[in-house]
Ligand binder design. Structure first.
Ligand SMILES: [Zn+2]
Length: 259
């Protein structure tokens, strides 16, 4: 199943070129900003290589113990999802509440998808990933580059967004992260569109599906995130219609959703 999804993801690379960034800041307007974040020209400093999770790591590690046989130190598999601050990718005990919530929400939303046999790969970095450094909008709360399965979030904009929408920080982060993972899933389905409004509303639609899952099962480690709250976070008439469609529909509904 994982192979199928990934193969589909590859076939969507062309479409993904169009949607190299995303913004949850404004309904459907993100494409107005054309500082397209290309994720193709990342150069790591000498002596480092760009890893799959979008950061520059030492090219040659020298941690092999002298007596080790060649395969004694396998590289640990990268996690499917992670929230990182620089090279620190365990933010579960971070002093910054947004760090902890992004980390927790990534795990929770990815868990839902895993239960549906969809493997999600997304690595978000505080302030932006090396290979997905900046959002299209300066006031974006979070953003994702589907080509690199990486992206970022802005702690300040997350907090501002929560205040502006009258929603808790936790609910805000969860709905936004569900939307960002939605971009990855839609792309994995080969359902990325060349229209950014369509892509944004499809991601919103899947955030609605996440809300439904939290309300109708006891599987979410973070508890319930209601439809109403999700709509308040991802505010806007078109966005809210998409969220409702996803809440009441299926992943297929969202893959085919048109605003
Ligand atoms: Zn988006």
């Amino acid at each position: 199943m994982m192979k199928t999804v990934r193969a589909l993801g590859l076939s969507a690379v062309v479409a993904a070129l169009v949607l190299s960034g995303c913004s949850t800041a404004t309904e459907g307007r993100a494409q107005q900003d054309t500082t397209a974040t290309t994720s193709t020209a990342v150069t790591c400093p000498d002596g480092t290589v760009l890893t799959k999770i979008g950061k520059c790591d030492p090219a040659m590690t020298t941690t092999t113990s002298p007596s080790a046989s060649p395969n004694a130190n396998p590289i640990p598999a990268a996690p499917d999802v992670s929230a990182c601050d620089g090279t620190q990718c365990d933010l579960t005990t971070s002093d910054d509440e947004v760090d902890r919530l992004v980390s927790e929400a990534l795990d929770d939303v990815a868990h839902m998808w895993k239960l549906m046999n969809v493997d999600v790969h997304l690595h978000l970095y505080k302030g932006g990933a090396v290979d997905c450094p900046t959002p299209r909008r300066a006031d974006a709360t979070a953003w994702t580059c589907v080509m690199t399965n990486s992206g970022g979030w802005s702690p300040a904009e997350m907090r501002r967004w929560a205040t502006d929408h009258g929603t808790s920080l936790e609910d805000t982060v969860r709905a936004i992260v569900a939307h960002e993972i939605g971009h990855i899933v839609i792309d994995g389905f080969g359902a990325s569109s060349d229209d950014m409004v369509t892509d944004e509303t499809r991601a919103d639609c899947l955030a609605g599906g996440y809300s439904n899952w939290t309300m109708t099962t006891s599987d979410s480690a973070m508890g319930q995130l209601s439809l109403d709250t999700t709509k308040r976070v991802l505010k806007g008439p078109r966005r809210n219609a998409a969220i409702e469609a996803g809440y009441n529909g299926t992943a297929k509904t969202c893959a085919e959703y048109t605003p």
